[in-house]
Design a protein around this ligand. Structure first.
Ligand code: GLT
Ligand code: MN
Ligand code: MN
Length: 389
C-alpha cells in the first residue's frame, strides 16, 4: 500500500526484539514460529519501516553467554543496525524470566536475589549505553505476591525504592544520562504486582532520591487490564513532566495480558490517545509493545508491525481533521463559552474574593437546564472516524 500512511523515521516508531520476535508461546500452547536471531529481527523491522529497536539484555545476549559469545552477538547486532539505519532508543533488563526471579527481583525476600538484580541492571545499562539508548525501562513483572502472608507491602516499596536510588546514583556516576521509565501492570505474572498503575508509579517516584531522573512508561493494555482510562493516565504523566516513553498496543478490558496490534480493538481510546500525543507534541518513541497473533507466520508478523504504525498514522490524520473540523470546533467553542460573569472570582485566593463568592446568588436550575450537546459532538467524532465526514 503506497499512500500517506507510510512510517518515516520522524514518527519514531519502535518495536522490542521481544515483540516481532515473539514465537507465540502462551500458557496453554507451544511456540508457533521458529525463533529469529536479533540480526534477523532488525532486518525485519528495517523492511517494515520502523525507526528503532528496543531490547531486554537477554533478548540480545542469552543469560549464560560467555564474554566471547556476547561480544560476537553485539558486533553482529551493531552491523545489522548500520545496515538498516535502525537506532536503539531504549534498553531494559529482564528481571522476570529466569527462575531466580520467581519471587521478585528488587523486592524478593532473598537479599542475594535483590543484589543480583542490581548487578544485572548495571550490566545492561553498560550495553545499552554502548548502543546509544537514552531511556531505560523498568518493568517489574515479578515484583509482587500471590499471598500477602509472604511479604509486607511496605518492605516491597522500601526495597524497590532502595534499588532505584542505587541505580540512579550509578547512572550519575557513570555519566550515562539515562532517563528511567517505570512501567506499571496490575497483575500477571504475579497475582498482584506492586505499584499496579501509572498513577501509583507517579506517586512512588516522588519518594525517590532523584525524582527528576525517573518517569513512567505507561502501557495501554496494562491500564485496560485494570479497567482504567489509558488517556487519563497518560495525561497525568504528561502533566507531571514524566512521560518518558510509551507502550502502545491493545486489548479487551479487564482480561489477561493480550498485547494485541495497536488499534485492533479500542478505536476510540486509541484515537483520543494519538490525538493527545500529537496535540501536546510528545517527542518520545512510539513503542509498540505487542505481538502478532498466534495464528501468524512471519509474513503475518510483518502485517502486524505495519498495521501498528499504519493505524497510528491514520488516527493522526483523523486528529488533524478533528482539529480543523468547523462543526466540531464551533461546538467545542460553544460548550466552553464563558460570558465573563465569573471573572471576579478567578485566579488566586484573596479574602475579599472568598467573601464575595460566598454571597453570590447562583441560579442553580438555570445553569443545570442547559444541554451540553455531547451526544452530537460524540456522533460527529464517530462519523469522522468512520470516514463519513
Ligand atoms: C514484557 C512485558 C512488557 C514490558 C516489557 C519490558 S517485557 O513483554 O509484557 O509490557 O514492557 O520489560
Ligand atoms: Mn503487556
Ligand atoms: Mn510494556
Amino acid at each position: 500500500m503506497t499512500d500517506s500512511f507510510q512510517p518515516k523515521p520522524e514518527h519514531k516508531f519502535t518495536f522490542g526484539l521481544w515483540t516481532v520476535g515473539s514465537i507465540g508461546r502462551d500458557p496453554f500452547g507451544e511456540p508457533v514460529r521458529k525463533p529469529l536471531s536479533p540480526v534477523e529481527i532488525v532486518h525485519l523491522l528495517g523492511e517494515v519501516g520502523a525507526y528503532g529497536v528496543n531490547y531486554h539484555d537477554n533478548d540480545l545476549i542469552p543469560i549464560d553467554a560467555t564474554p566471547q559469545e556476547a561480544a560476537k552477538i553485539l558486533k553482529d547486532f551493531k552491523q545489522a543496525l548500520r545496515e538498516t539505519g535502525l537506532v536503539v532508543p531504549m534498553a531494559t533488563t529482564n528481571l522476570f524470566g529466569d527462575p531466580i526471579f520467581k519471587d521478585g527481583a528488587f523486592t524478593s525476600n532473598d537479599a542475594r536475589v535483590r543484589t543480583y538484580a542490581l548487578q544485572k541492571v548495571m550490566r545492561c545499562m553498560e550495553t545499552g549505553a554502548e548502543l546509544g539508548a537514552k531511556v531505560f525501562v523498568f518493568w517489574g513483572g515479578r515484583e509482587g505476591v500471590e499471598t500477602d502472608a509472604a511479604k509486607n507491602p511496605l518492605d516491597g516499596l522500601k526495597r524497590f525504592r532502595e534499588a532505584l536510588n542505587f541505580l540512579c546514583e550509578y547512572n550519575l556516576h557513570q555519566g550515562y544520562g539515562y532517563r528511567f521509565a517505570l512501567e506499571a501492570k496490575p497483575n500477571e505474572p504475579r497475582g498482584d504486582i506492586y505499584l499496579p498503575t501509572t498513577g501509583a508509579m507517579l506517586g512512588f517516584i516522588a519518594t525517590l532520591d532523584h525524582p527528576e531522573m525517573v518517569g513512567v512508561n505507561p502501557e495501554m493494555a496494562h491500564e485496560h487490564m485494570a479497567g482504567l482510562n489509558f488517556l487519563h493516565a497518560v495525561a497525568q504523566a504528561w502533566d507531571a513532566g514524566k512521560l518518558f516513553h510509551i507502550d502502545l498496543n491493545d486489548q479487551n478490558y479487564v482480561r489477561f495480558d493480550q498485547d494485541w496490534r495497536f488499534g485492533m480493538q479500542n478505536w476510540k481510546q486509541s484515537f483520543f490517545l494519538v490525538k493527545f500525543l500529537e496535540d501536546v507534541g510528545y517527542q518520545g518513541s512510539r513503542h509498540f509493545d505487542a505481538h502478532a497473533l498466534r495464528t501468524e507466520d512471519y509474513e503475518g508478523v510483518k502485517d502486524f508491525a505495519r498495521g501498528c504504525m499504519r493505524t497510528y498514522l491514520i488516527f493522526k490524520e483523523k486528529a488533524r481533521q478533528f482539529n480543523q473540523d468547523k462543526e466540531i470546533q464551533s461546538l467545542l467553542a460553544e460548550i466552553n463559552a464563558d460570558d465573563g460573569s465569573m471573572d471576579a472570582f478567578k485566579g488566586k485566593f484573596t479574602p475579599e474574593k472568598a467573601n464575595a463568592l460566598k454571597e453570590y446568588p447562583f441560579d442553580r436550575s438555570a445553569i443545570a437546564r442547559r444541554g451540553l450537546q455531547y451526544e452530537r459532538l460524540d456522533q460527529l467524532v464517530t462519523d469522522l472516524m468512520m470516514g463519513i465526514r
